[in-house]
Design a protein around this ligand. Structure first.
Ligand SMILES: *Cc1c(COP(=O)(O)O)cnc(C)c1O
Length: 385
């Protein structure tokens, strides 16, 4: 008993722990041996095929990150100085940065009261004659209300770029997230469901962008067309950058994609167990648990809880961290960040503030085991005792 308590005392549950699911190493080795180490090799093409087939999209392009995919999206939309782009304030900095880099003015939108995704009731009032795009973020893989967003986009002639960084294998109705707007961006950062260290993908759902996307992706050249034998020489035809990752990265990603069903099964199981174990605390009114609305699916990207007040969040976090449970806060609101505060128009975004101040993300990774989960949950219960 004494020994056990000492053991427990020393227990540490990391926030994230990236896992290979088997096979990745072989593909990376194969990519190394075939001699094509740069981008757009065999494994890049296999990854593109995987996405295009599974998600029924006309074209996809691997990028070095989701940030990069969003930057490519901003270039494709030809976002310029003075254009306005509507982005939730409750998101990762890259969602906004991609458009700031093109000179856009970011108009931060609030999220819903019950779920930290765009509040579509308050979206229309943000649209002006300078608005060019709306960027819904499917937080925790929970779908934004895409029908309402698409209807507004149609009405005001706007583009929709989905930040689907969290949203692989999750859908709105029967449509995979990231494939519904004109463009979608995915992430394979080591904290996401399917990983390759750093990596991303842009989904080109609007065929008007297909040709140009490939050119911007290949440094502004028509090299991709050249490799298909469509042009004799490749040359500089547009702006662009090096958005494509090495085929070694693509090989690792391909290995993960082949295991996606297994990864999803493990993650959904962990999510479900957290939910069931913490439910009594939610029923007692101590914490709020994630809500999956009827239009959305759960993809086990993360598990979060929301406390009753900022002070309570801070002390719960401190308590858990002291016990070796590496829970974290998520998303300091962007509208009042150091970079943006003096650029914000002063609107209050109360739901964003509440989630920023009261949300905690619990340790979550494919192999989180029962002992680790018990330990995390036990300490949350102890805090509220
Ligand atoms: C992780 C993340 C990104 C950035 O992804 P990278 O691949 O790290 O560039 C963008 N948006 C959201 C919502 C994210 O969570």
């Amino acid at each position: 008993m004494k020994q056990e308590s000492n053991l427990r005392k020393g227990m540490k549950v990391n926030f994230n722990q990236p896992y290979l699911e088997g096979g990745e190493k072989d593909y990376v080795m194969d990519a190394t041996m075939t001699g094509h180490l740069s981008g757009h090799g065999k494994y890049t093409k296999l990854c593109h095929q995987w996405f295009e087939k599974r998600y029924r999209i006309p074209k996809s392009l691997l990028t070095t990150s989701c940030s990069d995919a969003l930057e490519l999206a901003a270039l494709l939309l030809d976002i310029r100085s003075g254009d306005e782009v509507i982005v939730p304030s409750f998101t990762f900095v890259s969602t906004a940065n991609a458009f700031v880099l093109r000179g856009a003015k970011i108009v931060f939108a609030d999220v819903r009261e019950d779920i930290p995704i765009l509040d579509t009731e308050k979206l229309e009032e943000l649209i002006t004659d300078r608005t060019r795009a709306i960027v819904p973020v499917h937080y925790a893989g929970i779908a934004c209300e895409m029908d309402k967003i698409l209807a507004l986009a149609e009405k005001y002639d706007l583009f929709v770029v989905e930040d689907a960084a969290h949203a692989i294998e999750s859908s709105y109705g029967n449509k995979q997230l990231g494939t519904i707007g004109n463009l979608g961006a995915f992430s394979f950062h080591e904290t996401k469901n399917v990983i390759c260290g750093e990596g991303g993908l842009i989904s080109i759902n609007d065929e008007r962008f297909e040709k140009r996307a490939e050119i911007l992706w290949e440094k502004g050249t028509d090299r991709a067309a050249f490799h298909r034998g469509e042009v004799k020489k490749y040359q500089w035809v547009d702006v662009g950058s090096s958005f494509l990752p090495s085929d070694l990265i693509a090989a690792l990603l391909y290995g993960q994609l082949l295991k996606v069903d297994r990864i999803q099964e493990m993650r959904l199981n962990i999510w479900q167990q957290y939910y069931e174990r913490l439910e009594p605390l939610a029923e007692a009114g101590k914490i709020q648990l994630p809500v999956i609305p009827e239009w959305a699916t759960n993809n086990g990207h993360m598990f979060y809880l929301v406390t009753g007040s900022p002070a309570e969040r801070d002390s719960l976090l401190k308590y858990l961290n002291k016990k070796g449970v590496m829970a974290v806060i998520h998303y300091l609101q962007l509208h009042s960040s150091k970079y943006f505060a003096d650029k914000h128009d002063g609107r209050e975004l109360p739901n964003t503030d509440r989630f920023s101040d009261c949300l905690i993300r619990l340790p979550f990774f494919n192999r989180l085991n029962v002992e680790q989960m018990d330990y995390v949950v036990k300490h949350i219960f102890r805090f509220y005792r």
